[in-house]
Ligand binder design. Structure first.
Ligand code: NDP
Length: 455
């Protein structure tokens, strides 16, 4: 065999797996056809957060007046922002590639496809490997409606030549909500069109309500319970149709309607590797596909599609195959954040999920952050703990508000460790912060049981 391990895909999962396996002494090859670092580094988490931060500066410039500053807010230069972002992403992409080479992995800038279960075509070269890892990630999907190609997806949003003045975003998942905040903060009239009554299906109900309020406070125009039916062109402009003959004419239709595992044209059938719903590669608890020497990690398995999960899977797999510490990772209590404006972060069970397991004590706090008592900005914070009544363990922590992702990361350690409400209560707060609210919630807001949660 040419390699002990060959990794298909140089994103978060693949790079980590290849790098750690090479560090353990394995002979490793890794192929990437597009960009090193994958979606997260190039057209996902990293540039997205830079764009969110660009929007925050605009708000800070306005808010400074409340603290006595006179700051004249000039126009925003989109091209300058995108150029700065591109420079940083190019630097990071270079680092990812260097990390691999530095670890001793052989790097192929090429597409890899299966010829059989041990043989790959890598940019026209025939390569054999003892073990193979599929880490090809996913890509955005448009809905099946007429004219869908006239809209953009998140891949395109990072390379727009001009900042649109009027944007219509379809969907209300992570990407839709994050970009609604970005475009609005940079000055566009922003519409969010989604088919649920509240955004972010699957998140805690209180958070979803607070998010809808926050989006409106920011000036995003919400169209709940709305299903788009078609897109048409009117010169440079776009017309999105929905409902009973209603339309929005807009500069940009942005479909943030979910992502799909990238498993097409990989030759999986030649290798006897089975896929399931949406084309996701099926894996067992050890990340093995239906071909035991072939593994799959990250978004291509379509389980918990988050970068830190992908890197943790890649690392655990490399350690298990070539290190002395076989291990797997837990997908229970995975914290995550939505970089809406302001952001959301969450760990553990929603109120509804907890109640389905038994009675739960719920603690909710809503307040105006200290800063905004002077700025006057209509921005609220929501913090919430969900506690299993029988064990008194904190099974869920949720927050919408400034710094939520920074705060929930620490709370997540306590939740993963099984901390009880009493453990939270005996922790002294840091004053004055928003975070201290998590250790000073003394009065239970309500008790929730399965029957009530179902209502
Ligand atoms: P999500 O799956 O989170 O949301 C998809 C949205 O599109 C939902 O609101 C869904 O509505 C809607 N939708 C799907 N199909 C249609 C349709 N045919 N017509 C109208 N609406 C439709 O996908 P995203 O694209 O936002 O993100 C993909 C994944 O990427 C996330 O689930 C997450 O795992 C990851 N991600 C994580 C981020 C983070 O950690 N901050 C940031 C960005 C992405 P409905 O609810 O009705 O199904």
């Amino acid at each position: 065999m040419d390699f002990d391990l060959f990794v298909i895909g140089g994103g978060s999962a693949g790079v980590r797996c290849a790098r750690i396996a090479a560090g353990h002494g394995a002979k490793v090859g890794v192929a990437e056809e597009r960009f090193w670092g994958g979606t997260c580094v190039n057209i996902g988490c990293v540039p997205k957060k830079l764009l969110v931060q660009a929007g925050e500066y605009g708000a800070w410039a306005e808010d400074a007046a409340g603290f006595g500053w006179t700051i004249r807010k000039g126009p925003h230069d989109w091209a300058k922002l995108i150029a700065a972002k591109d420079r940083e992403i190019a630097r990071l992409e270079g680092i990812y590639r260097k990390l691999l080479a530095g670890a001793g992995a052989q790097v192929f800038d090429a597409r890899a496809t299966f010829i059989d279960a041990h043989t790959l075509d890598v940019g026209g070269q025939r390569i054999t490997a003892e073990r193979i890892v599929i880490a090809t990630g996913g890509h955005p999907e448009r809905p099946a409606i007429p004219g869908a190609d006239l809209g953009i997806v998140s891949d395109d949003a990072f390379y727009l030549e001009r900042m649109p003045q009027h944007v219509t975003i379809v969907g209300s998942g992570y990407i839709a909500v994050e970009f609604a905040g970005i475009f609005r903060a940079l000055g566009a009239e922003t519409h969010l069109v989604y088919r649920q009554p509240l955004p972010l299906r699957g998140f805690d109900h209180d958070l979803r309500e607070a998010l809808a309020e926050a989006l409106q406070a920011q000036g995003v125009i919400l169209h709940p319970n709305t299903r788009p039916t078609a897109v048409a062109a009117d010169g440079e402009r776009r017309i999105l149709s929905f409902g009973e003959g209603e339309t929005i004419t807009t500069d940009l239709v942005f479909f943030a309607t979910g992502r799909r595992p990238a498993t097409e044209r990989l030759g999986l059938e030649q290798a006897g590797i089975r896929t399931g719903a949406a084309g996701a590669v099926l894996v067992d608890d050890h990340l093995r596909t239906t071909q035991p020497h072939v593994y799959a990690i990250g978004d291509v398995t379509n389980r918990v599609n988050l970068t830190p999960v992908a890197t943790a899977e890649g690392h655990a797999l490399a350690d298990s195959l070539f290190g002395k510490t076989p291990r797997s990772i837990s997908l229970v209590n995975v914290p995550s954040a939505v970089f809406s404006t302001p952001p959301i972060a969450t760990v553990g069970l929603t109120e509804e999920q907890a109640a389905a397991c038994g009675p739960a004590d719920v603690y909710v706090a809503r307040f105006t952050p200290m800063r905004h008592t002077l700025t006057g900005r209509a921005r609220k914070t929501l913090m919430k703990l969900v506690v299993d009544q029988a064990t008194q363990k904190v099974v869920g922590a949720h927050m919408l508000g400034e710094d939520a992702p920074e705060i929930i990361q620490g709370i997540a350690i306590a939740v993963v460790m099984g901390a009880t409400k009493a453990d939270f209560d005996r922790t002294i707060g840091i004053h004055p912060t928003a975070a201290e609210e998590f250790v000073t919630m003394r009065t239970r807001t309500r008790v929730v049981e399965a029957a009530r949660a179902a209502e």
